[in-house]
Write a protein of this length. Structure first.
Length: 753
């Protein structure tokens, strides 16, 4: 039997068969199956379609996408073509596919450059290849409602970086409402699929934000770890990394002699801790790697210093290409496909003598290397090939004074407060002492703040509050005394600004709050009006009387903001009510504790650390000042005992829960093994009747009930055969299982094949 993806007609098939029969002695027959037969067989068999990515890699499916799929999602798939061709179906992908099939929703998290987007894109392709009536829509949160129809049943909604590429604070709160999540839930119930990606640290920001959590009540799956696959480079096996690297090299545009030269040490490169799928792509692209000598040391350096190499590539670009790349980055990675005059900012034209036609030509030159086309919400846009490129090129702006105005003018609020500094801090973009640049930076920061104040929304109540906290942190940690004095002289309403930044905070506590530290800094610089200091002092008094927080005794900034009279008042207040406040705070801590760690004892220590330190400090302070009565001492001892008793209860409860989970897993495992054991016990009957359907039915039942993967079940079957049913090895049923157990490493393992 010969199977080939070459197109062979009837006459050619007969010629091949005749030649084979002549050449092979003793052959009784020969069959030849070509491209048409392969495509027809796959397209007419749903189960086979589902198995293809598992066995061959979706990269080989590009030639068998049927016409209906191309009509419905062809434009989008065209922009994903390179990722489809180079994709390797790893264990992470298989787990993701099985989870998506069960739940119709999947959140893929992970660090930068770990392959989240590629896995998600190929999941989309798998769905529409299995059922060509499905249509893939690549969307952002802000345009979802324009494309959502409650009657749609055959949609795959794909949200890449759903909560933002770098932070949640750039979300448009009017779009990220409870209604958005309700519609996602409704879409899934109608039969649609929803696939999301999110960087792990952005996902953590979402988990820590109570207001976003509140808005997701109608769709709790989005934050549920059971519907989340986390992609970590440590999860990739060495064989998977090798295959990812080989596949990129094979499909890249490096000359054949270069591929041959690097082949001997590709395994060493794949084993490196710094290995990332995106870096494998760059290595395979001559545009990136043309400066390499392609010996081991140069390729090794390429993986260890990716930012340096990316910057060197950028420096060598033509002027129009630099202008095009910067324009995309500063347009938040979403530049319209057709470039006209209004897209060219005057500040870019000051540096680069370019016109729309130059930018258009440059974009085409950079396509497939630094930038790519994407099809989002029905529109073709230019976007950085990978989000990490924007992060990597930050240093380029810092090194060029002429670029600073462009950067400050077009960068968003989050980028400015996180990546710029008046102090020349390490890793920050230094804004030197230039009144024009300082004024531009100040206006950009405060204009963004004012816009957010008036925009409002339902996620953050008013996300202006959170931007204000970021701005306070920036003024406190990234500005000099000269800048603050300059700001006071330049802006007539500076006192109003100081009051706005120091008299309120989203944090109802005294310790570790930037607003108090910044207020104290302004007092020391003689820049804060007495009226503002009085407002801050009142806020400190209010918090200290409502919460157990002794920062007024040990925090220099908080103490410095209080008058002597207010400080004496709080000391006296805590003498009478300190133990009572501490007890109330302990009850609150007990009520709100949720364990997220396997090391429960360490987690409790960290959770209670501030409370225990505060209680001990207050007790020591009262003792030192001869204010610790026997009754107060007994109260503090009682509180300590209560805290220790509660900790013991939590630890005991945690251990019981762990044991229950372990017992449940053991029971599930025993039940699954029993089903497999029973199946093998019937092997003689199955063999005699040649009835293999029961095998597939049992495997499907085990997968569904016990949440195991297909490969895991077959592996257990084979291990049982090897240990308990050795005679079973001689049966056709065993061969049937072994055929299903074909491993990914068995196929396409060499770069030259």
């Amino acid at each position: 039997m010969i199977i080939t993806n070459y197109s062979v007609g009837g006459v050619r098939i007969e010629e091949i068969k005749d030649q084979i029969m002549k050449e092979v002695n003793g052959l009784k027959g020969c069959e030849v199956y070509g491209e048409d037969w392969i495509i027809s067989t796959i397209n007419n068999n749903i189960e086979l379609k589902r198995d293809i990515p598992r066995m061959y890699g979706i990269g080989d499916m590009t030639s068998i996408l049927d016409e209906r799929v191309m009509r419905s999602s062809g434009e989008l798939l065209k922009h994903w073509e390179e990722n489809i061709k180079t994709f390797i179906p790893t264990n992470n992908y298989i787990k993701a596919l099985e989870s998506l099939k069960r739940n119709k929703f999947l959140m893929i998290t992970g660090g930068p450059q770990t392959g989240k987007t590629v896995i998600a894109q190929n999941l989309c392709l798998t769905i529409i290849q299995e059922d060509s009536e499905y249509v893939v829509l690549s969307l952002k949160i802000d345009n979802f409602m324009k494309h959502y129809n409650s009657n749609d049943q055959k949609r795959v909604y794909f949200f890449n970086d759903i909560f933002g590429e770098q932070s949640i604070y750039n979300l448009k709160v009017e779009n990220l409402s409870e209604g958005f999540f309700e519609n996602l839930q409704a879409a899934i119930q109608n039969g649609c699929y929803v696939i999301c990606t999110c960087r792990d640290y952005v996902f953590n920001q979402v988990e820590d934000n109570g207001r976003i959590q509140k808005s997701t009540r109608s769709f709790t799956e989005i934050m549920d770890k059971r519907y989340t696959i986390n992609i970590n480079m440590d999860d990739y096996t060495l064989k998977e990394k090798k295959r990812i690297l080989y596949r990129h090299i094979k499909n890249g545009d490096l000359p054949k002699e270069i591929k041959t030269k690097i082949k001997p040490f590709l395994s060493q490169i794949a084993a490196k801790e710094e290995f990332r799928p995106e870096l494998a792509r760059r290595l395979s692209n001559h545009f990136y790697s043309k400066s390499l000598t392609f010996d081991f040391n140069s390729v090794n350096d390429f993986f260890e210093n990716p930012i340096d190499f990316l910057q060197s590539v950028f420096r060598e670009l033509e002027e129009s290409e630099k202008a095009a790349m910067i324009l995309i980055l500063l347009k938040n990675g979403r530049l319209p496909f057709t470039i006209i005059n209004k897209h060219l900012d005057e500040r870019i034209l000051k540096i680069y003598d370019v016109k729309p036609v130059n930018i258009t030509r440059a974009l085409k030159n950079l396509k497939g290397s630094l930038i790519s086309q994407d099809f989002v919400a029905g529109q073709t846009i230019w976007t950085p090939y990978h989000p990490s490129m924007k992060e990597a090129l930050v240093d380029y702006f810092e090194q060029r004074e002429e670029m600073m105005e462009i950067f400050i003018s077009l960068a968003d609020f989050e980028t400015l407060v996180h990546k710029t500094s008046i102090l020349n801090s390490k890793g920050k973009i230094f804004v030197s002492e230039d009144s024009d640049l300082w004024e531009l930076l100040s206006k950009r920061l405060f204009s963004s703040l004012v816009e957010e104040r008036w925009r409002g929304g339902t996620i953050f109540e008013d996300s202006y509050l959170f931007r204000r906290e970021k701005l306070v942190e920036f003024f406190l940690k990234e500005t000099s005394e000269e800048f603050l004095l300059w700001f006071e002289r330049t802006f007539g309403d500076s006192q109003k600004v100081w009051r706005e930044l120091t008299t309120e905070s989203v944090y109802e506590q005294l310790h570790s709050v930037d607003t108090f530290e910044f207020g104290y800094r302004l007092i020391n610089s003689d820049l804060l009006e007495p009226q503002t200091k009085e407002l801050i002092s009142k806020r400190i008094l209010k918090i200290a009387q409502e919460k157990f927080d002794i920062s007024f005794l040990n925090d220099e900034a908080v103490i410095g903001l209080l008058s002597d009279h207010d400080l004496e008042y709080l000391i006296n207040y805590y003498y009478h009510y300190g133990a009572e406040l501490a007890e109330s705070e302990l009850i609150n801590l007990e009520d709100n504790f949720n364990s997220y760690s396997s090391n429960i004892e360490q987690e409790l220590e960290e959770y209670l650390e501030h409370w225990t330190e505060s209680v001990e400090f207050l007790r020591s302070y009262l003792l030192k000042n001869n204010k610790l009565t026997d009754q107060l001492s007994n109260n503090f001892m009682r509180l300590w005992d209560e805290m220790e008793s509660w900790k013991e209860q939590i630890i005991e409860q945690h251990e019981m829960e762990i044991q229950e989970v372990q017992d449940e897993e053991v029971n599930r495992g025993i039940e699954a093994l029993q089903l497999i054991y029973d199946l093998l016990s019937k092997s003689s009957v199955l063999e005699k009747e040649n009835n293999f359907e029961l095998v597939d039915e049992t495997i499907s039942e085990i997968i569904k009930i016990y949440d195991l993967t297909y490969i895991e079940v077959v592996q257990v079957l084979i291990e049982l055969v090897n240990s308990r049913f050795t005679s079973f090895k001689e049966t056709s049923l065993y061969n049937y299982l072994m055929d299903k157990h074909i491993t990914l490493e068995d196929i396409f393992s060499d770069v030259d094949e």
